[in-house]
Design a protein around this ligand. Structure first.
Ligand code: ADP
Ligand code: ZN
Length: 246
């Protein structure tokens, strides 16, 4: 019998092992625009200590810097269309080779087509890695539109905190609570563009739900104020699920 308050060593060992495993996870954030992928990925990054990589953020960085890739991406993004597969896959392939993501990654916004998903599987397999879990987010469409037009993001590339003028407003108008930088609205966060983005999602991305479901990787969650579940609540549920199951 162990004395009260002393945990059996095996348990301690197992716990330690689990934590190491969590760091090695490859996580995918899936969902229509405005469902909270970025918000949740940001929380998971901090809690699980796994780096978040957002293809949307990478494109926006290139657009800001005016690179060739940026110009190309902008011509699609401004219309609410997906950037072509060959460009996006090449970009992710390069990013996956970098050192910081060798022991795990949270992919936010990739894959978005079946082709991208198949290529990602190949890339990971060639390194004896795999997708561990796909967080599939859904939100009622009218809430998505409301959320996107009210979204403001921190302009500081190191911070990029996401606010919502209604659901999660900054303490001081136009200023990031975390770092004091200016908040901006994404150019593609307009009512018109959101509709095309939703179309792109339903036509090209939503088949991935079945793709990952069949592989037994899907964790689905509804993000909606109507059931009192916002991004931070879902993020907590996901962390709990991962800690219990991985
Ligand atoms: P959201 O999920 O709110 O639409 P993102 O920042 O993930 O925002 O993406 C912004 C835009 O970048 C998308 O509308 C799309 O045009 C482009 N994009 C991002 N990721 C991909 C991808 N994996 N494949 C193709 N286009 C992408
Ligand atoms: Zn900030």
């Amino acid at each position: 019998m162990l004395k009260k308050g002393i945990k059996p060593l095996t348990k301690l060992g197992a716990k330690f092992f689990d934590k190491e495993d969590i760091k090695n996870m490859n996580i995918i954030m899936l969902g229509a625009p405005g469902t909270g992928k970025g918000t949740i990925a940001g929380i998971l990054e901090k809690k699980l200590k796994i780096p978040q990589v957002s293809t949307g953020d990478i494109f926006r960085k290139h657009m800001k810097e005016g690179t060739e890739l940026g110009k190309l991406a902008e011509s699609y993004i401004s219309k609410g269309a997906l950037v072509p597969d060959d460009v996006t896959i090449g970009l992710v392939e390069d990013r996956l080779k970098e050192k910081d993501v060798q022991s795990g990654i949270i992919l936010d916004g990739f894959p978005r087509t079946v082709k991208q998903a198949e290529e990602l599987d190949k890339m990971l397999e060639s390194e004896n890695k795999k997708v561990d879990i796909v967080i599939n987010l859904t939100t009622p469409e009218e809430e998505i539109i409301e959320r996107i037009v009210n979204r403001r993001v921190c302009s500081n590339q190191e911070c990029k905190t996401i606010f919502n003028l209604q659901l999660n407003p900054p303490k001081q108008e136009g200023i990031c609570d975390k770092c004091g930088s200016e908040l901006v609205q994404r150019k593609d966060d307009t009512v018109e563009t959101v509709k095309s983005r939703l179309n792109s999602y339903f036509e090209q991305t939503s088949p991935l739900v079945e793709y990952y479901e069949k592989k037994g990787k899907l964790y689905s969650a509804v993000v909606s104020k109507s059931i009192n579940k916002l991004g931070k609540d879902v993020a907590e549920d996901v962390v709990k699920y991962i800690e219990e199951n991985f």
